[in-house]
Design a protein around this ligand. Structure first.
Ligand code: PXP
Length: 249
């Protein structure tokens, strides 16, 4: 099985919002990503609306036929929006106003009582819930006990170590991700991964046989500046495919 690629289009909206203009339109980017072979579209509606807007979510729901994965904080406001939008998937992420990006995983274990209602209500509403967590047994067990069918493993530390030239450390984190993927699968969880992945770093993650989906955004949109979104998405898809086929051979 080749991992699905969810293309995160948040940073098309970041560029739009930098000038308060109508362009570039993230929904147009979503259409292009679909045409280039994306398996789904991912968007994070942040509390401060720094990139994706409520209207973008409504238009994505209307226009994009592939699964929409809505990344959201566990707040009452986001819950109401998600219940109304009924996305195919809802990925619960930690969110701090002052952070530049989603810096760490959700503490599914520590926040168990708070998260339980969100997992239940979103699931009952027909969205497949995933929890964006660090790759530890404790978080896998917490996701399982919350009844979330999916975990998305945070790959940010792996990518950061790689780009800092700390290859041994990157290898260690990769191993942790692999072990968590094996353990999570043994609990019956579906395993996704994402954050900070690039053409250079995606291969070893895509090669992990338990990983069913990768969500990638910032690099794909950045690369699109130089080679176009179509080429950027197509290359990422082919690197994912090559890595998984190579690992199985
Ligand atoms: N997965 C989750 C849960 C995220 O929050 C993000 C960032 O929005 C990503 C994947 C994609 O990360 P990146 O934009 O670094 O590829």
């Amino acid at each position: 099985m080749i991992p699905r690629l969810g293309v995160n289009i948040d940073h098309v909206a970041t560029i739009r919002n930098a000038r308060g203009s109508q362009y570039p339109d993230p929904v147009r980017a979503a259409h292009m990503a679909v045409a280039a072979g994306a398996d789904g579209i991912t968007a994070h509606l942040r509390e401060d609306r720094r990139h994706i807007s409520d209207d973008d979510i409504a238009r994505l729901r209307q226009e994009i036929k592939l699964p929409l994965n809505l990344e959201m904080a566990a707040t009452e406001e986001m819950l109401a929006i998600a219940l109304d939008a009924k996305p195919h998937a809802a990925c619960i992420v930690p969110e701090k106003r002052e952070e530049r990006t989603t810096e760490g995983g959700l503490d599914a274990a520590g926040l168990h009582n708070h998260l339980a209602m969100y997992v239940q209500m979103l699931s009952d509403n027909g969205s497949r819930v995933s929890l964006f967590v660090e790759a530890t047994k404790r978080q896998m067990e917490a996701a399982k006990s919350l009844g979330a069918p999916v975990v998305e493993l945070h790959t940010g530390a792996y990518a950061d170590h790689f780009f800092a030239g700390e290859f041994e450390r990157a290898e260690q984190v990769l191993e942790q991700i692999h072990e968590a993927a094996i353990f999570g699968t043994s609990l019956g969880l579906e395993i996704h991964a994402g954050h900070g992945l690039t053409f250079e770093t995606v291969g070893p993650i895509a090669a992990i046989p338990q990983i069913a989906e990768l969500n990638i955004g910032h690099f794909l949109i950045s690369e699109a500046i130089f080679c176009g979104l179509d080429a950027s998405v197509k290359r990422m898809k082919s690197l994912i495919t090559e890595a998984r086929i190579g690992a199985a051979a």
